[in-house]
Write a protein that binds this ligand. Sequence first.
Ligand code: BEZ
Length: 194
Amino acid sequence: MTTNINTMDVNQKMTHFAERNEIWLFGYGSLIYKVDFPILDQQPAEIRGWKRRFWQGSHDHRGTPDAPGRVVTLLAEPDEVCVGMAYLIAPAVLDHLDFREKNGYLRTLVPMCLVNGVETSGLVYIATAENEAFLGEAPLEEMATQIAYSVGPSGRNRDYLFQLADGLRQLGADDSHVFVLESAVRQVLKSGDD
Ligand code: BEZ
């Protein structure tokens, strides 16, 4: 069952780290290539037990309510490791992110491992299957076509995917879901040109 909760309200009520003046935030999607907030430090990082999937609908950034795009969320998967970028931020930055990622994403506490070997706990934004915008899995061709042609206020859905794939290559991340989807989208676009 899906629920239409106001994720901004829920996120703003989270009091974890309230007494801290800095927090580690794990980025695995647009945060890998779009940092529009002040940071105190950044480090490549990984979180264990999570996989990245293009299973969240986007009607406010990379699509519209009538034609939603697809963006990433995380799914629990015991044997998987998700590679991303961790940012050390002041708690006030979360207000900005709660607004930017208001379409179904909830702050979640996770243990993370920084590239310097430090293990710490921090926050990650996750859109679960219960949120209204969740799309879930679809055949590769279908997801690729949706991503190839969706456009929203933040730009083309395909550019989100291509920038994320480039960012992951720079991190040396082996993420076959993203890279297979990237190839499939390029193929869809090439076929459309014929
Ligand atoms: C991220 O890039 O980590 C991210 C993805 C979805 C919502 C917020 C942040």
